[in-house]
Design a protein around this ligand. Structure first.
Ligand code: SAH
Ligand code: SF4
Ligand code: F3S
Length: 477
């Protein structure tokens, strides 16, 4: 297949942050693309973080607006898009695997359009590999130009070529794009895009560009609209939500936004992700003052060792982290705290790992995503010498997970015999007459019930059993 390279990625350019004034653009679709999907189906496979899930909802909205309908048979849709993640090597391996399966499908149906988007194409290694070895992929685009999807599909159809458009400087802030949300009671709401932290292990600042905040008016408007549509919960999204507004140069911060959103009438507000350095007093006060702001905080610590934290460029210490959470627990005494931790950062010693375990015990996390460090080409940590054996890293992860799992369990046990409010998501996966949902503290709760009309409603559940991964309760009449 011929290649049409409209734009190619460059991690070096991505680091530069050249685009100083980032405009907000209002989405419109050009007339020539308006019905290119008529009579055809689409499917989107989403990997990675909530940011990608939110992007996929926009892509679905764009595709449906130009006539496509959602396929019930995802592997055989007319347009299949893989919205990818580059955070760790194993995330990428999975995606190469799915692409392998799609290759066979394309042979059966040569008219199928296969697209790859998201964070992987932003890496030049990945895009070059696609160009060299994945001839059956038709469109390649990144995180900054999903609004061009109609154009890219059209070009690929018309030219029968592989169309590549990966932009390495920051995208505009896209407003008014259509969205097809996955849920009718919980919604993602982007408040900002990109990341300026440059933690030395992390690829995100390169794949997502510089920090850029949506205007507070657009955010508040979106939440008000969600309330009017009957939504009960929003999760505010950003790689570092506590940096909200800094790029706009206003006094208005994330804490102010929480106070304003509390007034919209939305029942539950969650947000992710917070950065320990930027989590400020106003945000903590808002968590205390606003009934709609849920008593759960995900605050990635990454490591409990000060030297490692420094080499990670996290810009806080063990002591500062503990002092932030101590303050927050004064304001929100029943807070549920969760985190992210990386083990096996280059040359992490056994003693440094012990410091992480010490912090885990002191912080009393009620959950964590734990990872083995994964080398990401182009990041500063990729060039750091590392003599820790792979097996040692796995052992550290196993030990850490034992502590973390104990935290999950005690986080559930503290609700035994209490009545909690659950926002009902639907039938439990186990399928034995149970339904499930989440409590304010983000505890997954199952209860006996088969009344599907309760989906999206708040119910009271009395907790009768606490397991590591969930709680079980009885519906209160
Ligand atoms: N902006 C968020 C989320 C970043 S990605 C934050 O700062 O927390 C989610 C998690 O993936 C990170 O918190 C980190 O724990 C992990 N992660 C990121 N890069 C990684 C890498 N190269 N290897 C292993 N884990 C990584
Ligand atoms: Fe990555 Fe750090 Fe930004 Fe999170 S804050 S996305 S870990 S660079
Ligand atoms: Fe992955 Fe990109 Fe999100 S690398 S975690 S999809 S920002």
């Amino acid at each position: 297949m011929k290649n049409i390279k409209l734009a190619m990625p460059s991690l070096k350019d991505a680091r530069m942050r050249k685009n100083k004034n980032i405009p907000t653009i209002r989405y419109t679709v050009e007339t020539q693309y308006q019905s290119i999907g008529k009579g055809k189906t689409y499917a989107i496979f989403t990997y990675g973080c909530q940011g990608n899930e939110a992007d996929s909802e926009v892509m679905a909205g764009i595709l449906e607006q130009i006539g496509y309908t959602k396929s019930t048979d995802k592997m055989n849709a007319d347009v299949v898009i893989l919205n990818t993640c580059a955070i760790r090597e194993n995330a990428e391996q999975r995606i190469w695997g799915v692409l392998g399966q799609l290759k066979g499908k394309k042979r059966e149906n040569p008219d199928m359009i296969i697209g790859i988007s998201g964070c992987m194409p932003q890496e030049e290694n990945a895009t070059n590999k696609i160009l060299e070895s994945y001839d059956f992929i038709d469109i390649v685009f990144g995180t900054h130009n999903k609004q061009n999807l109609p154009k890219l599909i059209y070009e690929a159809y018309m030219t029968k070529s592989k169309v590549v458009e990966v932009i390495s400087s920051e995208g505009d802030i896209l407003e008014d794009a259509p969205k097809i949300r996955e849920s009718h009671h919980k919604a993602w709401v982007n408040i900002m895009y990109g990341c300026d932290e440059f933690c030395t292990y992390c690829i995100v600042p390169y794949t997502r560009g510089r920090e850029r905040s949506r205007s507070k008016e657009d955010i508040i408007e979106e939440v008000k609209e969600l309330v009017s549509l009957g939504y009960s919960e929003v999760t505010l999204l950003g790689q570092n939500v506590n940096a909200y507004g800094k790029d706009l140069g206003l006094e208005y911060t994330f804490g102010d936004l929480l106070y304003d959103l509390d007034k919209t009438g939305i029942k539950r507000i969650r947000f992710t992700t917070s950065h320990p350095r930027d989590l400020d007093e106003k945000t903590m006060q808002a968590m205390h003052d606003c009934d709609s702001v849920m008593p759960h905080l995900h605050l990635p610590v990454q490591s409990g060792d000060n030297e490692i934290l420094k080499r990670m460029n996290r810009k806080y210490t063990y002591e500062e982290y503990i002092s932030k959470i101590t303050r927050l627990k004064e304001l929100v005494p029943d807070l549920a705290l969760t985190t992210d931790i990386i083990v096996g950062f280059p040359n992490e010693t056994a003693e440094q790992f012990q410091n992480t375990l010490k912090l885990v015990q002191e912080a009393k996390f009620e959950g964590a995503f734990t990872f083995i460090y994964s080398r990401r080409e182009g990041t500063p940590a990729a060039t750091m010498p590392d003599s820790v054996l792979e097996q040692e890293k796995h052992e550290r992860l196993n030990i850490l997970n034992k502590y973390i799992n104990a935290g999950y369990l005690s986080g559930h046990q503290r609700f035994l015999n209490q009545i909690v409010e659950v926002l009902v998501d639907g039938p439990s996966k186990s399928g034995d007459g149970m339904m499930c949902g989440y409590t304010p503290h983000l505890k997954l709760t199952h209860f006996k019930c088969n009344d599907l009309s309760l989906i999206g409603k708040m119910v009271k559940v009395k907790i009768t059993d606490a397991k590591t991964w969930f709680m079980i309760g009885e519906l209160c009449e």
